[in-house]
Design a protein around this ligand. Structure first.
Ligand code: DX5
Length: 232
């Protein structure tokens, strides 16, 4: 079942010297939750924030946090991110040896679970864990950096995942992340995504973050209406 569009900023482009204020500004701009890109320098060629940075920003937010773990073998870290205030923890299928067990563990820790797929990873990689996941993330760039170009070829996989979710009858969210702008969001929404991560475009809009969030939400809702009819 397709959900109304959720607009979620990646904080990667934020001014890290004033993260608390940046988080508060995003909440005022009407975002639905906030994504923290956690990179370990191994799974992806970049290093970002640990759980303490997220925990320090938690009191400044009125919306939920999701942790996108771009790390190898995330099992040891799950509890740290839940304790830091992340109500949703996303692991990569390519980096997790026992995906079914890891997703179940995230739920045991009291958070919602999510599984992410790199652009080259087929939809079939999640076919046997639908019961264990609350969200599927189809990366629309190769993970590791913000500001990259959107990969339109991923839309075919998004449509496949949409069909898989609808056939399961489970309320799984379908998220896309990477290169989401006012020029690319309609393609992803039309293919069946309902959660949209935007970093550099959302932070870079001259009219401000609130106008950017409204624009992305309107474009996604229009594409849902056009391709999927009324969305409950
Ligand atoms: C990339 C991250 C994305 C990225 C999105 O590995 O997972 O969340 O920060 O940024 P933009 O919207 O600039 O592609």
């Amino acid at each position: 079942m397709l959900h109304p569009p959720l607009i979620v900023p990646s904080v990667l482009p934020a001014d890290f010297s004033r993260l608390g204020e940046e988080v508060a500004e995003l909440c005022e701009a009407g975002v639905d939750r906030i994504q923290w890109d956690v990179m370990d320098g191994v799974f992806v060629p970049n290093l970002t924030m640990g759980p303490d940075v997220i925990a320090a920003s938690r009191p400044h937010s009125s919306v939920g946090f999701e942790a996108h773990l771009m790390v190898v073998e995330p099992d040891e870290l799950l509890g740290r991110y839940v304790d830091a205030g992340c109500e949703l923890v996303i692991v990569h299928a390519e980096a997790t040896t026992h995906l079914h067990r890891t997703l179940a563990r995230i739920r045991e820790l009291g958070a919602r679970s999510g599984v992410a797929l790199n652009p080259a990873t087929p939809a079939s990689a999640v076919a046997h864990v639908l019961d264990e996941t609350d969200l599927i993330l189809a990366m629309t760039v190769n993970p590791g950096f913000g500001g990259q170009a959107y990969i339109p070829a991923v839309e075919a996989k998004v449509a496949e995942l949409r069909a898989m979710i609808d056939a399961s009858g489970l309320p799984i969210e379908l998220e896309v992340d990477g290169g989401i702008t006012d020029q690319t969001i309609a393609g992803a929404a039309g293919a069946g995504a309902d959660v949209f991560i935007s970093g550099s475009w959302l932070f870079g809009q001259p009219d401000g973050k609130a106008a950017a969030v409204r624009r992305l939400r309107d474009l996604a809702a229009q594409a849902h209406q056009q391709h999927h009819g009324e969305v409950a």
